[in-house]
Design a protein around this ligand. Sequence first.
Ligand SMILES: [Fe+2]
Ligand SMILES: [Fe+2]
Length: 184
Amino acid sequence: MTAYEIPRPTHGDVVELILDDHRLFEALLRDLRDATADREAARAALSAALIAHGEAEEEKVYTQLKRKRAISEDEKEHGEEEHAEGNEKLLALLECRGTDTQKFDDAVEELATALNHHIGEEEQTILNPAREEVSQEVRDELGAVWATRRNELLDEDCGSEENVRRIVEKAHEEGLLPAEDEDE
Ligand SMILES: [Fe+2]
Ligand SMILES: [Fe+2]
C-alpha cells in the first residue's frame, strides 16, 4: 500500500487551498527526516504535490492576481524564482539513490530551507493581498481553476524525476535560476 494519498480538492477559497498544501509539504518534510517512515513514498508524494501546486500557482493564481493588480510584476517574478530554486533542490533530492545516506539527509534539509522560506514569504506577500484585495467570489473562482489545473498535473505524473529535470532546465533557459553553479 502506498502511505500517501495526496488530497485532490476541486474547489474552495484559493487561499485556504494553498495553505492546506503548504501544511502538507511541512508534514511530508517531517516524514522525510524520519528514518522509520516510508521515505521513498514521502519523496514521491512531495515531488508530485510540490510541482502540481507551484505550476498551477504560476499559471492560474500569480497571473490573475497580477492582472487584478493585487500583486506586482516583481512579486510574481520573485515567486517564480523561488519555485525554480525549490524545484532545483527537489531534483537533487530525487537524484539521491536510496534514502539511508547523508546525501539524502542533506538534500532534504536544502529543500526544506528553500521551501520553508518560500511558503512563508508567499503567505505574507501573495496570500495577504489575495485576502485583502480580492473578493470572496474571485478567491473561489481562483480556487476552482487552481485546483483543476493541479489535479490535471497530478494525473500527468508531474513529479517524476524526468519531468522535474525538464522544468528545472526550462527555468535555467528562462533565466529564473543563476547560470550553472560554478562553485559546485
Ligand atoms: Fe504555495
Ligand atoms: Fe509557491
